[in-house]
Design a protein. Structure first.
Lengths: 99, 224
């Protein structure tokens, strides 16, 4: 699959349902970060959780880097600090655009 | 006053996950998928893996720039050079660990540290079982939110121009930190270097030091 985002793109993590299973943490939802690396396509956790390893939906994954001061309003560290986590493409939208 | 001779009450609490694991294991044994002895052997093997493979890789990378390049480019492939196959023994990896392995290089500007906020994801084929504290909600919650406070509790402090970069292994990747080679190790062999690359330095909660290899108890007061 051709990844929709490239390294350097600003993205926002969508606030989608976690009614069943997800690996997208609550603390990154609605937060803006930068794509820093691509990861191989993989069955998304929402399907993998139901053992659909063959038939589940595959998506590209991305490493997204956030500024800690963006994630936590009262962050106690320094402005240079960051956090990286991985998101499936379906959880991301381009920054600056609404759904 | 409490009675000093009263027996210690062990906690009888059992989590839902432990109940689930027991039930599944009993079913699998009953169905003949594996035997209780198979299960014991697997646990014994899995729990005997220590962090020495990770130490080997870091020491090799410190002394061999070509290996370092390969390690940073493709951790899974480079692991094979020190005898670790991430797909061993099941063909799809150590259960719950199969994945992509990435090595995070510390630099004078960036200090990396790993955590899994969702559970306890850890690069077990290279570092063995994770320490107990790594799996606690306390570490998992606080390392993402207050990393400098948690690092300070481990005795580690960085100035404001060093970026503390937390890696939450929430998906398919597993990470290991490659610390910087410390001072006082010029001319050391790979074998000497391996010893000071301790488990905690590859999690990112400590820095290697020429005078510490975790093989014997530290002197009182640490002597530093």
């Amino acid at each position: 699959m051709t990844p929709k985002f490239k390294v350097g793109d600003r993205v926002v993590v969508k606030d989608q349902t976690s009614l069943f299973h997800t690996r997208t943490q609550a603390f990154v939802r609605n937060q803006e970060g930068t794509v820093v690396e691509h990861r191989p396509d993989w069955v998304i956790p929402e399907d993998e959780a139901f053992d659909k390893l063959e038939t589940g939906r595959k998506e590209p994954f991305y490493v997204v880097r956030f500024k800690q001061t963006d994630l936590w309003p009262r962050y106690t560290g320094f402005a240079v600090d960051t956090l990286e986590t991985e998101c499936a493409e379906g959880w991301l939208r381009p920054a600056g655009k609404n759904e | 006053m409490s009675d000093p001779h009263k027996p210690i009450q062990a906690s009888e609490e059992i989590s839902e996950f432990e109940v689930l694991e027991l039930a599944l294991r009993e079913l699998a044994i009953e169905k003949g998928l594996f035997s209780a002895e198979d299960h014991r052997r697997f646990s014994e093997w899995a729990e005997s893996i220590g962090p020495s493979n990770g130490s080997k890789m870091v020491a090799k990378a410190w002394t061999d720039p070509e290996f370092k390049k390969r390690l940073l480019e493709n951790g899974t492939e480079a692991s094979k050079e020190v005898g670790i196959d991430w797909t061993d023994p099941t063909g799809t990896g150590t259960p719950s660990d199969y994945t992509f392995f990435y090595v995070l290089e510390n630099t004078p500007q960036v200090h990396n540290v790993i955590v899994c906020t969702l559970c306890s994801c850890y690069p077990r084929p290279v570092l063995g079982m994770s320490p107990d504290w790594y799996r606690t909600p306390n570490y998992r919650r606080r390392m993402v939110r207050r990393p400098r406070e948690v690092l300070a509790e481990f005795g580690l402090h960085f100035p404001s121009d060093v970026e503390v970069r937390v890696h939450d292994s929430n998906q398919k990747s597993r990470f290991m930190v490659m610390p910087m080679r410390p001072e006082g190790t010029d001319g050391w062999t790979e074998e000497q270097l391996e010893k000071i690359v301790t488990r905690d330095t590859m999690i990112g909660v400590a820095l290697p030091s020429a005078d510490w290899d975790a093989s014997k108890a530290p002197s009182a007061g640490g002597g530093k």
